[in-house]
Design a binder for this molecule. Structure first.
Ligand code: SAM
Length: 302
């Protein structure tokens, strides 16, 4: 497998006139060992359709293509999006047919933008009609995410793609800690809870700064996600997330106080909390996503 090293990354960036920007979180991986490790830890299989967000110059894409059925790569930068198929055709012609590049903002993509592959056309029983299955939706997310939008991108994809069974993402180390934090810890908060709605989330190892060009001024970390069913509740996801947002907008306050405007009054908040079996004097950081689902379910109706 031929991968991009420091020389190739710089040469490609120069050819394209790319000056990596902080705004788009452009730090490109220049180390083959790191992309191989990401693919290994992601545990992708030859059946997986992988969505990669922010493929950049293709460092990770080239490591993914030989291992999976297809890769759909979503890149916001037009020059990078246009170059990627050319780079792959040149460096790994054998697997180039597995790649679909989507030039788009990952925060705005919809499922139909992400279908890939030919779709199957099967003869129907009796041989007259034919039934068509649409092209496949992604089953795994593997990405070195743009750091400034990593959490919203992750939550957006988990929301719009129920087909995603697992994920392995590289994010800023601090964000990795937040995503994987458990109730009771200082860094536990909105990202931890919202990610926990969709998946079991855990840290999957540290990554240093020198594997990137340019080197970022923060450490990075890998996060693994395995989809599971959301908590059983009569409340909708939006209703549960509204309680989470309200609780952490004033995270030092007791839930009775923090949820006052969500419930109407502090007394109404207390009533909802008691009905949900939660101490009104507790703070949001002590509760799990199941508790928040119960609170949402018990919101006082006018
Ligand atoms: N995957 C490449 C690698 O590991 O070398 C590049 C990763 S770099 C951290 C992030 C990439 O995401 C850049 O290529 C950047 O242009 C792209 N990007 C930034 N914001 C984006 C967005 N909202 N949607 C899609 N791509 C985005």
């Amino acid at each position: 497998m031929t991968l991009l090293g420091p020389v190739e990354v710089r040469a490609l960036a120069e050819k394209l006139g790319i000056r990596p920007t902080k705004k788009l979180g452009q730090n490109f991986v220049i180390d083959g060992g790191t992309v191989r490790r990401i693919v290994r830890v992601a545990e992708v299989t030859p059946e997986d359709v992988v969505i990669e967000i922010g493929p950049g110059l293709g460092s990770l894409t080239l490591a993914l293509l030989p291992e999976v059925a297809r890769v759909v790569a979503v890149e916001i930068d037009p020059a990078l999006a246009a170059q990627l198929p050319l780079t792959v055709a040149q460096m790994d012609a054998e697997h180039a047919g597995r790649l679909t590049v989507v030039h788009a903002d990952a925060l705005k993509v919809a499922p139909d933008d992400l279908r890939t592959g030919p779709g199957e056309v099967a003869p129907a029983p009796g041989g007259q009609d034919r039934s068509e299955t649409p092209a496949a939706l992604p089953t795994a997310l593997v990405a070195n995410l743009p750091y400034n939008v990593s959490v919203p991108v992750l939550l957006h994809l988990l929301e719009i793609l129920p087909s995603l069974r697992r994920g392995l993402v590289m994010v800023q180390a601090e964000v990795a800690d937040r995503l994987a934090a458990a109730p009771g810890s200082r860094i536990y908060g909105v990202p931890s809870l919202k990610a926990a709605w969709y998946a079991d989330v855990r840290r999957a190892g540290p990554v240093g700064r020198n594997v990137f060009w340019p080197a970022p001024n923060v450490d990075s970390g890998l996060v693994s996600l395995v989809r599971r069913d959301p908590p059983e509740t009569s409340a909708t996801r939006e209703e549960v997330f509204a309680v989470v947002d309200a609780a952490f907008a004033q995270r030092r306050k007791t839930l009775r106080a923090a949820l006052a405007s969500w419930a109407g009054t502090a007394a109404a908040a207390e009533e909802a909390l008691v009905r949900a079996g939660v101490q009104p004097s507790a703070r949001g950081e002590q509760l799990g996503i199941v508790d928040f689902a119960r609170i949402a379910e018990n919101r006082p109706r006018p």
